[in-house]
Design a protein. Structure first.
Lengths: 325, 325
C-alpha cells in the first residue's frame, strides 16, 4: 500500500504530499532543494526581503524545482523583489500575512502557482477571492508567525468552505505536524497534504545555528509560547493579530507579558537580541520553533524526514484499516 | 468496513470510540444516557458540585451505564460529593484541572475507571503516576476550560509518552473534534478514541438555553476566544494556567483584556452575568463552546451525532486507503 495520489501530488508532480514552509532565515536554497529532490516541494523563505540573500539561496538550490514564500505585508514595501525572484522560475509563490491581491497577477503571469497561507476564515475568503491554487490552513501550534486557530478544527472548516466555494483549490494543513501521524491525520481532516515548518527547521540543511538545533532536542511541546516580544526586540513592525511561537527561555521569561517595558528598553535590547541570535544562544534570543518540538528527537537530513513522514502515514492508515503494518 | 475495535471499545464495551465531555451545567443525565445508549459513553458533568443537581441527573440517566466528571480543584473543597456519586456506580470518573491523587483510590475501590484529562505534559506525568486508566489529551481548541497546547501535536506527544511509560493506559483526543474527520484524525495521531464537548453541547439533550444553541449555529470557528472573564464575572476562583473558551460576543468585546476593570465592577457584573446566562442571552454572558463551532450546523439528537461521527470516520479511512466510499 502507498499513499493515495492526492491532487496536490498530481499538480506539482510530487512523490510525497509534503511542502517545506518558507521559513525566514532558516529555509534557504539547500533545504528547499533537498525537500524537492526527495519528492516533496521545497519553498525558499523570502522573509523580510534581502535581495542578495535570495539570489544566493536560489543559486544554492542549484536548478532544483523549488518555490518561494513571502511575508506579504513586508513584500508590499519592496514589490520589485517579487519581479526579481520570478526570474528564477519558482514553481509556486506562497503569500502569508497580508493582502495577496497586489501580487497574484504577476505570479500567475510568470507561470507560478499561487499559495496563500491563512490563519482564519477571513484570510480564507481573501484567498478564494484571488483564486489561490493552494490554501495553507495554518494552526496556532506552528512555530514562528501565526495566529490563534487550532489545526484540528481549522483544517476541516476550510475544507468545507472550499468544497462549497472553490472545489478546485488545494488544501494543505500546517501547524503541529512533524511525522506520519500528522500527515495521515491531515489527510483525514480533508487536506491534500501538509506544509511542515518546525520538523524541517530541525533538518541538517536548515540555516539554523547548532545551539538552536540543540535546544529543540531538549524541548517538549509545552516549551514554546506565542508572543510579540521577538518582533519588538527586532524592531520589525508586524501588523496586529499575528504573534510568533518561539521557545520558552530566559528571553521569554524576562519579557513576555512586559511588552511595554521591552519597547522602552529596545535601544539596548535590539542589538543584544541580534547578537545572541547570530551566536545561536538558546536562552537570550528568539528560538523559532513550534509545539511539534515534542515530536522531534534528532537533527536529520531533510530527505530522510520527508520520506519517513510519508511512509509512516501509510503505516498509520494500514493499522487503522486492518492492513499489514 | 467498520472502525477497528479499539482497546477503548473493549474496556468500556462500546460500539463507537466516543465519550461525551462532562460539561458543567450542559452535560446532564439525559445527554449522558443518550450517548451511552447510542454506543458511546456519556459522562455527567459534576461541575462545581451541587449534590441535589447531581442526584437529579443520575435519576435522569435512568439506569443507563454512564460516567461522571469533576473539576478536581473544586471537588477538593467538598470531597464527600465523590462518595455520594460513587453510590450510583458510574462506569468511570473523570478528573480535570487539578491534582488527581486525593481521589483515585476511592474511585478504584468503587469499581470505576479513572480518567484524567490533561492539558500539558506535566499533567500527563501526574496522570501516569496515579496509573490513570484513560488519559484525555485536551487541546486548546476545546470549548470551556482548558489551556494552550493544540490537539494536533499534543495527542501524538502524549501517545509517545504513554507507549514508553504506561502502555496499558488508553488515550482520548479532545479539542476541535466534531465529526468523523476529527475522529479519524485522532485515531491516526495515536488516540484510542475521542471525547467530544462542543459537538454534544449542540445536542438536543444538552442542558443549553435555546438562545445559546441558536448562537453556535451562527458562529464560525473564528468566533470564540480563550479568556478568564467568565470566571471573574461568576466569581469562581479558577487556578492560574487555565482559561475558558467562549463565544466572542458583546460580553467578551467589553471585558476581554480589561480583567482588572471587570474585577472592580464585579458586584454589579456578577448578578448581571448570571441573569443573562439563565435567560440564554447570546451576547451579554459567557456562551460556552469551542472552535468546532465552525463544523456544526444543526442541533441534533445525541444518538445521531455519535453514530454519524463513527460512520463518517469509516468513510474517511476508506477514501484514503482506496476502499469503497
Amino acid at each position: 500500500m502507498t499513499l493515495p495520489t492526492t491532487r496536490l501530488m498530481q499538480v506539482f508532480d510530487l512523490r510525497h504530499p509534503v511542502l517545506s514552509a518558507p521559513m525566514a532565515f532558516a529555509g534557504g536554497g539547500a533545504l528547499a532543494a533537498a525537500v524537492s529532490r526527495a519528492g516533496g516541494l521545497g519553498l525558499i523563505g523570502g522573509g523580510y526581503g534581502d535581495p542578495a540573500w535570495l539570489e544566493e539561496q536560489f543559486a544554492l538550490a542549484d536548478g532544483e524545482r523549488v518555490g518561494v514564500g513571502f511575508i506579504t505585508w513586508s513584500l508590499r514595501k519592496s514589490p520589485a523583489l517579487l519581479t526579481d525572484v520570478l526570474r528564477h522560475r519558482p514553481v509556486a509563490v506562497m503569500l502569508s500575512f497580508g493582502d495577496p491581491r497586489p501580487f497574484v497577477d504577476e505570479i500567475r503571469a510568470a507561470g507560478a502557482r499561487v499559495i496563500c497561507q491563512c490563519q482564519d476564515m477571513g484570510h480564507v475568503m481573501d484567498a478564494v477571492e484571488v483564486r489561490a491554487d493552494v490554501i495553507v490552513a495554518q494552526g496556532a501550534e506552528a512555530g514562528g508567525h501565526g495566529a490563534s486557530r487550532g489545526t484540528m478544527s481549522f483544517v476541516p472548516e476550510v475544507a468545507d468552505h472550499l468544497s462549497r466555494h472553490a472545489p478546485e483549490t488545494l488544501l494543505l494543513a500546517a501547524g503541529g505536524i512533524a511525522d506520519g501521524r500528522g500527515l495521515a491525520a491531515a489527510l483525514m481532516l480533508g487536506a491534500d497534504g501538509v506544509l511542515m515548518g518546525t520538523r524541517l527547521w530541525a533538518a541538517r540543511e536548515a540555516l539554523v545555528q547548532p545551539g538552536h538545533h540543540g535546544a529543540i532536542l531538549e524541548t517538549d511541546g509545552d516549551g514554546t509560547v506565542r508572543t510579540t516580544i521577538a518582533d519588538i526586540a527586532r524592531q520589525i513592525p508586524w501588523p496586529r493579530g499575528f504573534t510568533a511561537r518561539i521557545r520558552r527561555n530566559a528571553f521569554t521569561e524576562r519579557w513576555h507579558g512586559r511588552e511595554a517595558a521591552l519597547q522602552t528598553a529596545v535601544a539596548t535590547e535590539a542589538p543584544r537580541y541580534r547578537q545572541a541570535f547570530a551566536a545561536g544562544d538558546p536562552e537570550q534570543t528568539g528560538v523559532w520553533f513550534g509545539e511539534a518540538a515534542g515530536l522531534i528527537h534528532a537533527i536529520e537530513p531533510a530527505a530522510d524526514i520527508v520520506t519517513r513522514v510519508s511512509s509512516e502515514a501509510v503505516r498509520c492508515l494500514e493499522r487503522a484499516t486492518g492492513g499489514r503494518s
